[in-house]
Design a protein around this ligand. Structure first.
Ligand code: SAM
Length: 351
């Protein structure tokens, strides 16, 4: 049996832990699973109402991977040493009885199991998720200014309810909690310091995300990106910060800490400082397509294999084939032309 430090070259059963590397030597480690393409928000930069309106055809229930199918795939991915699974969407908490899936995945020994949510249903669900075995949550929150937040989520959802969700997640122990703020110039960049001030000293880790050209419907322009360097200097001028070492190779957020000891902030600079070099993430869409890049144009259908009666070995081999052939590094080679490609939407592939 291959050890966890071997790069597998031969065929192996899913019971083995055998690392696989792509054409650039990047090892598969993390899996992000979208459990639904639906969301109860219409964030203007992600699921704009003009596109995701009443007539939009979301996936039918039968098209979604079932919890059993997801669990089976996770077990197969585990055979390649996947240590971390993030449940996402769409909005994962709109998938009914999600805690059942969490309970199934939590049986996997040593798996780091996390979830990204807009926080709208977190107050109601936090305890059940914790009881089911979820380790942590990441909550997206783009502003503390109610009018800015309501305009950005475009469904008039108030900040207060997301904060209640964060409080409840904290109370039940789904922590450390990360709070993700996508910074878009002209929309919420004037709220950056308020967010830093509010979360400083709470134990929650605020992370600023550069607005990205995911999908092809969000009207992305470089002019709307606030580069991490600018954010670091704005925050540093008010609340001095210093860089920290990464927790592990491939960590997406650059870590900084407040010099006064009141906590940590992170910066995710997918546009200005691409981190493709160490990217260890595979993504599974809600209907079971495997993607190796957030900016991909095409995925590989695994659901067909599952529903076609293929055994674990065949599915495992299909995953390995995709990963070994992987050469993508979109953010490193982004140009005005690549930005225009018909990339898959983030709500579909999972953020
Ligand atoms: N609904 C969940 C949520 O709100 O966190 C999970 C899915 S959402 C697509 C995941 C994350 O992607 C959110 O933090 C969201 O703000 C972020 N996101 C969506 N579109 C983005 C873009 N164009 N650039 C940067 N981040 C984006």
């Amino acid at each position: 049996m291959a050890t966890s430090h071997t790069i597998a070259t031969a065929h192996h059963s899913p019971a083995d832990t055998a690392l696989i590397a792509d054409t650039r030597g990047r090892v598969l480690r993390d899996l992000r699973i979208s459990v639904t393409d639906r969301c109860n928000f219409r964030c203007t930069y992600c699921m704009p109402k003009e596109v995701y309106g009443r007539d939009f055809q979301f996936l039918e229930r039968s098209q979604l991977l079932s919890f059993d199918e997801i669990h089976r795939l996770v077990r197969i991915f585990r055979g390649y040493g996947v240590e971390k699974v993030r449940i996402t969407g769409g909005e994962p908490l709109v998938r009914r009885q999600l805690e059942k899936l969490i309970a199934m995945l939590a049986q996997e020994p040593g798996l780091d199991l996390t979830l990204t949510t807009n926080g709208s249903l977190l107050k109601q669900k936090a305890q059940a998720l914790k009881d089911a075995g979820l380790d942590r949550v990441t909550v997206s929150l783009d502003s503390l200014d109610d009018s800015v937040f309501r305009a950005m989520n475009d469904v008039d959802f108030p900040v207060a309810k997301v904060l209640e969700g964060i409080e409840e997640a904290d109370r039940v122990g789904l922590k450390p909690i990360k709070v993700n703020m996508v910074v878009k110039r002209g929309a919420n960049d004037s709220n950056v310091l308020d967010m830093a001030r509010f979360f400083k000293g709470t134990g929650h880790i605020l992370r600023f995300i550069e607005f990205m050209d995911v999908g092809h419907t969000n009207g992305w322009k470089m002019a709307n990106v606030v580069p991490t360097r600018e954010l670091v200097s704005r925050i540093n001028a008010e609340y001095p910060i210093e860089p920290l070492d990464a927790n592990y190779v491939g960590e997406v957020a650059e870590r900084w800490r407040y010099k006064d000891g009141s906590g940590e902030v992170g910066f995710i600079s997918s546009v200005t400082q691409a981190f493709c070099k160490d990217c260890s993430r595979a993504r599974l869409s809600a209907e079971g397509s495997l993607y190796t890049c957030l900016f991909a144009t095409e995925g590989t259908d695994l659901r067909d294999l599952i529903r076609g009666g293929e055994d674990d070995e065949a599915i495992s081999a299909a995953i390995a084939k995709v990963w070994r052939a992987r050469g993508d590094r979109y953010s490193e080679i982004r140009t005005a032309d690549t930005v225009k490609r018909r990339k898959v939407e983030m709500s579909y592939i999972g953020g």
